[in-house]
Each structure stands twice: as C-alpha cells, then as structure tokens.
Design a protein around this ligand. Sequence first.
Ligand SMILES: [Fe+2]
Ligand SMILES: [Fe+2]
Length: 289
Amino acid sequence: MNLRQPCLKVIEHLPPIPGATGRLLATLARRDLEFKDLVKLAEGDAVLAGRVLALANSGAYGRRRNVDSIQYAIAFIGVSAIRRNAVSWAMGSVFRHFHPAESAAWSTTRFMAHSEHTATLCDMFCDRFPVREAEAAYMAGLTHDIGKLVMAMANRDAPGEVLDFMRLTGTPMVEAERELLGIGHPEISGMAAERWHLPDAICDAVYRHHNPEPDDKSAAPLSLVVAHADRVVNSIGFGIVPETPAKFEMCWPGRESAARAALDSFRLTLMPANGTSTQQGDLMMELAT
Ligand SMILES: [Fe+2]
Ligand SMILES: [Fe+2]
C-alpha cells in the first residue's frame, strides 16, 4: 500500500489550532518576547485569560490568596510554564476531535503519553545546557511523532503492518514505513507542522528527529535534543508501541553530567504523588546513574 496521498489528504483536514492559542504559541516562540506582549494577548481573549488565571490559582502553585490580575498571574507562573501549558491547551483541543480508531498496534492514550513525556524531557535538557531554538523544544517534542497519528488516520491497519514487518525482518521503524508505505512518519510530522504554520525550527526538528544534525560545542541542535528525549522515553517503556522497555545507553559526549541532571529532574515527574517509585522511575534511575 502507498500511504503518501492518503496522508496528504489527512493533513489537509487537520483541525486548526484555535485562533487565540495559535497566536499565543507564535508569540511564545519569538526570541524577542516581551512580558507586555504576553499580557496584552491574554487580556484580549476571554478564554485564554480564564486559563491563565485558573493556572495561577491551581493547587500546583499553592497560593493562599486568589490571583485576579492577568499581569500578576503571568509574572507569577513564569513564561516557560505558560509556554508548556499553551502547547497542551492547543494540542488538547486538536486531539479531542482528531484521533484514529484504537487497535492492537495503536493507542491514542499511549501516543499522548509518549508525546508529553518527550516534550517534558526536551524542555528539561534545555534547562541544563544550551540548545539552539530552545523556546521551540516543548512543541517539537510534543509534535515529533504526529506523522504516526496521521498514518493511522489514513489507514487504520498501517501501524500493525509496520510493526509486523519490523518484527519479521528486523528493519528499523522509519525504513520499514518507507518500504511498506512509501513514506516515513518524520516527513509526515514535518508536513503537519508546516500545515499548522509552526515555526521553522519545529518543522525542521520533527522532520529530522530520526536523523538529527550532529552536535556542536556551542549549542545542541533541537533535532538532536528531540532524538535523545525520544530514545530515553522509549527505553523506559513509554513508546507508542507497547514493547518491553529496552536498555539504552545515554551517550552524549561533552554533555553527560548536564544530561544526567536533566534525567534526574525528569525521573521526579514520573513519581506518583505518594513518593513511591514507578517501574519507569526505577528504569530512569538506572539510566541516570
Ligand atoms: Fe519518531
Ligand atoms: Fe517518538
């Protein structure tokens, strides 16, 4: 089967990112972002204003007094938390209306967990060492595998067929997709990102996440950060396909200790509220030591 044309059709019908959230994402992706621009944008849209205030007043920030000013709420939450949440707001409303039928080889819940964990880890790498276009990292992590979702929408049997082919022949995933379906999911992810008019840095990073640019000393390329985060998340059992977690050696010459520190912070996000560890938390522990 050739899925190139059916995938292009699905991309044409991708639901748009809602207007105000789309503008917020574009504003947040700007390097010269000014606090007052963000305040102006949130104040100009009732839904967005409500979300920002709800976030500032949520249990996560432990405030005793109610925050009722947008300006104060944004100063209090911080730009990176707004960035992370804006992306989740945008993608949440898109995925509510756009997801393939569940099958043995496809679960939208697993897809969302994989995407969110990759996005979080991308952000944590950016907190620890210089990354080019770091402000786009969370969105790039969240959308890197959207091509797989598009493929499953174009043909519900595609994920299962790719998986069978990989298991039978030992072919790596992207090569199996290209051989079997005529196109790989990174190309489709890149096309979907373009269709949403996401910044070039994101289109490029998702397109290259299985073939990242080489590292350089000054700052890590975003495609490499997404590739690393993706491998870590897969290795601890949060792959899109339900496979047994595989051991994975974190290899990032020159950035080992910073990467380990990021993995440590990430491990904490996998801990349930009562503090006991999860299987993923334990696997992260192995990876970080
Ligand atoms: Fe991928
Ligand atoms: Fe992935």
